[in-house]
Design a protein around this ligand. Structure first.
Ligand SMILES: [Zn+2]
Length: 160
């Protein structure tokens, strides 16, 4: 059993919650899976919009996803496995290997968002590395990063 409290998470917010109660933006531990040799895979929700209230456009999600991919790879090369879109267009699934510390994850996320604001191009937005390379907007990604950064003091507040 992983002690989620020791990692900085509020135990009763871990797992699946009634989506009507979710506030956003937030950072929330979804699950921790321990392998036979003790390695742990953590699934973290990077919720951006309040479910069933407002939605990300495909373009802003896509560009933001590229920044998250590049950023977690840069800051957590030993831990980062993957980041993916929530199909409901309200956030992202982050998968990490052997790193579940809430403060560390939030610090890296903050650094990535600050890097988005300083960027002059969307990473991997080219025909060799992306399956829809024209569907990008640096401006939308930066506006989104600004909005999420402005809410940083509430990231750990998962419910309304
Ligand atoms: Zn792409």
């Amino acid at each position: 059993m992983v002690n989620v409290e020791q990692l900085g998470w509020t135990p009763d917010t871990v797992g699946e919650l009634d989506h009507r109660l979710l506030s956003a933006p937030h950072v929330k531990l979804r699950s921790s899976t321990i392998g036979a040799t003790g390695d742990i895979v953590y699934a973290v929700d990077l919720r951006i919009n309040q479910p069933n209230v407002s939605f990300l456009s495909t373009t802003e999600m896509h560009s933001f996803e590229h920044f998250l991919l590049a950023g977690f790879q840069e800051y957590m090369p030993k831990n980062f496995i993957s980041v993916g879109l929530m199909g409901c267009q309200t956030g992202f699934y982050l998968i990490l290997f052997n790193e579940g510390n809430a403060e560390r994850i939030c610090d890296v996320y903050e650094n990535i968002l600050k890097d988005v604001l300083k960027a002059d191009a969307v990473p991997y937005a080219n025909i060799q590395q992306c399956g829809n390379y024209k569907n990008h907007s640096l401006e939308l990604a930066q506006a989104l990063a600004r909005r999420v950064l402005d809410a940083k003091s509430n990231w750990r507040k998962v419910t309304i």
